[in-house]
Design a protein around this ligand. Structure first.
Ligand SMILES: NC(=O)c1ccc[n+]([C@@H]2O[C@H](COP(=O)([O-])OP(=O)(O)OC[C@H]3O[C@@H](n4cnc5c(N)ncnc54)[C@H](OP(=O)(O)O)[C@@H]3O)[C@@H](O)[C@H]2O)c1
Length: 251
């Protein structure tokens, strides 16, 4: 068993997952880099990460069987799992007013499976070894859209809202085993997935949603993830932390 704590980061080949892996490695974690299609990006990331022992693991986290295999492979490689970061996710546009009914159904199924069921299946699989260890942290990347509404992607908003709620439920369920569960709810963040959508809405207009007058940086979310994964944050368990540049302030 490695002495260094191990963090499994899903969707780590790009965007917020990648930034989380970089920040966690800099904080001393060994990273299990999950990717789906971006093998070359995942392998390139391994060389960029501080420290050693990092490995890449292919898995489609929307597939429940693949999730179980992924966690088993990570445990086989390291004999421990200390942190799970559920960063894999995708915004699927929907149009209730003029869209096709079949597309509507498909988008709901895809979005709920990837953005809600996948992190919860991962949490289920990760919680067992964490319970045996008597400690662990699960960090779910949700979204500002869970609170503000997503008129052009209601399934995405609902999935992220469900994940916020499940974060609180799992924090209650797993706290007695020393497992802490958090949600990080980013606003617009400059990632490969989001940047084209930001550009199509007008970069300056989107930036103006924040009093800082800019879009969030992936490193800002990654650093927050690394902070939550570190010491002295257990009492934050169950928290849903906004990271949206004050673009949407909830009570
Ligand atoms: N960027 C934003 O403005 C923003 C705001 C709020 C919340 N978020 C959330 O932050 C998270 C990261 O988003 P991002 O903007 O960083 O997007 P991104 O750059 O596209 O990164 C998402 C990663 O998830 C991976 N992924 C997607 N489906 C997967 C699957 N079934 N199995 C394994 N990996 C999968 C993607 O890999 P493949 O391409 O190979 O599938 C990709 O590498 C998401 O949960 C997103 O909802 C983002």
């Amino acid at each position: 068993m490695t002495d260094r704590k191990v963090a499994l980061v899903t969707g780590a080949a790009s965007g917020i997952g990648r930034a989380s892996a970089i920040a966690l490695a800099a904080a001393g974690f060994t990273i299990a880099v999950n990717y789906r299609s971006k093998k070359s990006e995942a392998l390139a990331l391994l060389d960029e990460l501080a420290g050693d022992g990092h490995q890449a693991f292919a898995a489609d986290v929307a597939d429940a069987v693949d999730v179980a295999r992924l966690v088993a492979e990570v445990l086989g490689a390291y004999q421990r799992l200390d942190v799970l970061v559920n960063a894999a996710g995708q915004f699927t546009p929907q149009d209730i007013k003029s869209g096709d009914y079949d597309e509507w159904q498909t988008a709901w199924q895809h979005s709920l499976q990837l953005n809600l069921m996948a992190p919860l299946n991962l949490a289920f699989q990760a919680a067992r070894p964490m319970m045996k260890q008597g400690a662990g942290k699960i960090i779910n990347i949700t979204s500002r859209g869970a609170f503000r509404g997503e008129p052009n992607a209601p399934a995405y908003g609902a999935a992220k809202s469900g994940l916020n709620s499940a974060t609180q439920s799992l924090a209650l369920a797993l706290g007695e085993h020393g497992i802490c569960v958090y949600a990080v709810a980013p606003g617009w963040t400059e990632t490969p997935a989001a940047s084209p959508r930001i550009r199509s809405q007008g970069w300056d207009d989107v930036a103006a949603q924040s009093p800082l007058g800019r879009i969030g940086r992936p490193s800002e979310i990654g650093n927050l993830v690394a902070f939550l994964a570190g010491n002295e944050t257990d009492y934050l368990t169950g928290a849903i932390i906004d990271a949206n540049g004050a673009s949407y302030l909830r009570n």
